[in-house]
Design a protein around this ligand. Structure first.
Ligand code: AMP
Length: 286
């Protein structure tokens, strides 16, 4: 496994691999790797001959006052995880290498970033889209792997790739969860033991809502009220949003009458937790 922080060296390596006829898979991450990341690497390992992982805590996707400074970083442990997953290349640039003296260019995906996390994290998706576009240029892969855990991010990246004619296939990977259903996240490390127990209420509330849709519930006001009540009953928290949106456009829905996604963002302690599940009236009850 090669570990490389130099942009030109990485680009040359990936170009050479592709010129030799091998397919390249890319897994962008911010490190503090867990089994959710590993699932993406495994998927890449199955699909592509050569697997590149990036580890970069991207400052431009943190809004002012967010946790950029204290975001968990542990490169040695992360490299072990990558080695065990038989990754070929780990790209670990520093901020200066990625942004030099700053950047004047931003990739802005419009409508998809207006709802859900958009208003709560100003500039976040511009930072994400921009850094992912940069990574696609630095490591020109055939296929890139992203988690459904960050559903809005996935939609934004798909749209960016379409709109900018970037030649990479985007593969979505299902959310990997802890035993109690909590979606794995590097930020879960911020939770105290009591908060960690409480955090299980988010996925439990979402799964209960999926069951209610399967039993025939369709109105999204009712659906989100049920989720909100279950989460609030579990302990102190601050809810940014609980919404049912069109699975493609992320437009808010009044009823589950098409493939949809229930998405939420909830603060427990100092941790902002995201989760989402699929619901679809057409397949409900099967
Ligand atoms: P991050 O390091 O949090 O920026 O995430 C890097 C990639 O891993 C993104 O595509 C995430 O959606 C994905 N990811 C993070 N957590 C999970 C999870 N629990 N299950 C599946 N994918 C995940």
């Amino acid at each position: 496994m090669r570990v490389e922080s130099n942009i030109r060296a990485c680009r040359n390596e990936v170009r050479a691999v592709r010129a030799a006829g091998a397919t390249v898979g890319l897994v962008p991450t911010m490190g503090a790797l867990h089994d959710g990341h590993v699932a993406l690497m495994r998927r890449a390992r199955e699909r592509t001959r050569y697997v590149a992982v990036t580890i970069f805590v991207n400052p431009t996707q943190f809004a002012p006052g967010e946790d950029f400074g204290k975001y968990p970083r542990n490169l040695d442990a992360d490299l072990e995880v990558c080695r065990a997953a038989e990754v070929d290349l780990v790209f670990t640039p520093n901020v200066a290498a990625m942004y030099g003296s700053g950047t004047q260019t931003l990739v802005h995906v419009a409508a998809l970033t207006e709802g859900l996390c958009g208003p709560f994290r100003p500039g976040h998706f511009d930072g994400v889209a921009t850094v992912v576009a940069k990574l696609f240029h630095i490591l020109p892969a055939d296929v890139a792997f992203f988690g459904e855990k960050d559903y809005q991010q996935l939609a934004v990246i798909r749209r960016m790739v379409t709109d900018l004619n970037i030649s990479v296939e985007i593969v979505a990977c299902p959310t990997v969860r802890e035993h109690d259903g909590l979606a794995m996240s590097s930020r879960n490390a911020y939770l105290s033991p009591a908060e960690r127990r409480q955090a299980g209420s988010l996925s439990a509330a979402l799964f209960a809502a999926v069951n209610r849709v399967a039993e025939g519930q369709r109105g999204t006001a009712e659906i989100t009220r049920g989720i909100r009540e279950a989460i609030v009953a579990a302990g102190p928290c601050r809810i940014d949003y609980i919404e049912v949106v069109d699975a493609q456009t992320l437009a808010r829905l009044a009823a589950v009458d098409r493939p949809a996604r229930i998405c939420l963002a909830v603060h427990i302690g100092s941790c902002r937790l995201l989760d989402n599940v699929a619901v679809d009236a057409a397949t409900a009850g099967r």
